[in-house]
Design a protein around this ligand. Sequence first.
Ligand code: XMP
Length: 510
Amino acid sequence: PVLVVDFGAQYAQLIARRVREAQVYSEVVPHTTAVAEMLERKPSAIVLSGGPASVYSAGAPNVDPALFDAGVPVFGICYGFQAMAQVLGGTVEHTGTREFGRTDLGVAGGALHEELPARHPVWMSHGDCVTKAPEGFAVTASSEGAPVAAFEDVERRLAGVQYHPEVAHSPHGQEVLRRFLHEIAGIRPQWTTASIVDEQVAAIREQVGQGHAICGLSGGVDSAVAAALVQQAIGDRLTCVFVDHGLLRAGERTQVERDFVAATGVNLVTVDARERFLDALAGVTDPEEKRKIIGREFIRVFEQAARDLKAKGDVEFLVQGTLYPDVVESGGGSGTSNIKSHHNVGGLPEDLRFGLVEPLRLLFKDEVRRVGLELGLPETIVHRQPFPGPGLGIRIIGEVTAGRLETLRAADAIAREELTAAELDRDIWQCPVVLLADVRSVGVQGDGRTYGHPVVLRPVSSEDAMTADWTRLPYDVLERISTRITNEVRDVNRVVLDVTSKPPGTIEWE
Ligand code: XMP
């Protein structure tokens, strides 16, 4: 793999993604990883990421000079570039000129920037700068605040840039990264969707052998793709369990029962637990309590289904849709298994011990989507927007009842239909529709006064749901959604728009 050494920037994962977009497999490692340990993994190259520290500050993470003696190609970015310069005998100075944001880069030849415009914009974020490149390095770019903005020693396969090639604001950044990987480091681009599928199918066969596996489907992308991969590998020795907790959106059960099964031919057991969840939620209004109840009931239902299956024969493996970012965030890398929020299955009891099969644990979300398409899953599943495990249960502000679920489901279906018709699905991260069931508002419809409920539209744009901005939807789309909901959904006489970013607001209302 190409190892991306994380110096504490939020960019390391993004760099790993970009390397993979150049069709080279890549993983993130913490900067505390010893060089010997990195070399043991036989890296085809090492990328030193940016980081918040100055190379001068006390406790700044340093780079072990041994890294450059191993003959492994190294690419430094921002802090990694400066650290590299310092260790190899160049000069890093605190000149007082800081550059943040879009910066004009002047290019003077070289392998990294070959064929790129002589001047082009890049994204900078630095206080210190390299004023003298180490011996043997050619300086190939500069900016006003960074006399040495890129250097390379093609012979030793070492190079670096002061700017951030991984961000979208550096329009030629991906090309520079690609050139380093393919041209300077000489790595063959082999990490393709087809190769991912082949490798994972082989790995699953190896792990599961002649065993049997069970997979909980949530209707979401991750569990669907994980199940489809395992199905490809072991066929009908996989059984999928889908728990209908009654808190799903319109059409979701059909999507799993009809579309997913049609695309994969998977064995599916649906457990209809709608009553059970409604009973458990009766009278409950506190959001955290709702979450706990839904999580608890979900596990119980899934456990029972797993027991029933086990009773029929051996089921030794549990398939989970854990993604690479979850693995990295939980400090994992190898071996640690991170069981996500409740709609995956946490804390199964002793008599239900399973080996975990996590075929997506090396992948990022966009890769998972591509794999899903490669496996023939329908777009409706592959590009489904994120939907919380507790479902509509946390989008009804107040008690969850069958009638309120029906109301919200209808309003939500209209909003989704209109967003899809306006081709806005890819522009938004998700658009929760929230029923303010404990609020009533006066309206007038026909000749009569109504006393109904408002629904809230919460369209957000986001990269990872950690932060989000409210999406500026076109007024005519908002108008269509509003008109249709108030006309077609009984009990709703008002549609309001949530214009709060995250922070301070979360995406969901509960
Ligand atoms: P918040 O509301 O915290 O949501 O800004 C961030 C993202 O997480 C989803 N979400 C959940 N997903 N179980 C889940 O599986 C949950 O309990 C849960 N709560 C929020 C939310 O839809 C958004 O994408």
